[in-house]
Design a protein around this ligand. Structure first.
Ligand code: SF4
Length: 107
């Protein structure tokens, strides 16, 4: 759970869920009309919070981590840092990512 500065409590990880999602950023390089979550400036605390979550949780091998945004790849080095934490702490976990794929044009 995450307790915000305003006292709100958010569930950020459910131990028994087959898939947990991490919101890596709300920034995006698209402006889709149907977007349920229009792009916002990146909140750098998200990267720190997500790294801490990944360092604290225990993930079973049949569970999946979903990386989502916004567009996760726009984090560049921070995105690779998150993948590095997953690789180090949860090497057998399935990883799924929601992406618009634009960054993959830059091989
Ligand atoms: S790519 Fe996804 S996050 Fe970005 S604007 Fe489109 S629907 Fe929203």
């Amino acid at each position: 759970m995450l307790i915000g500065t305003d006292g709100t409590i958010s569930v950020v990880w459910e131990k028994k869920s087959p898939t947990n999602s991490l919101l890596l950023t709300e920034m995006c390089n698209c402006h889709c009309l149907m977007c349920p979550q229009p792009p916002k400036a990146h909140d750098k605390t998200l990267t720190e919070i997500n790294s801490r979550i990944l360092n604290l949780v225990k993930i079973e091998k049949n569970q999946t981590i979903c990386l989502t945004g916004g567009e996760p790849t726009l984090l560049k080095e921070d995105f690779f840092d998150i993948l590095g934490v997953i690789n180090k702490k949860h090497p057998k976990t399935n990883v799924m990512m929601l992406t618009n794929g634009k960054s993959f044009a830059n091989f």
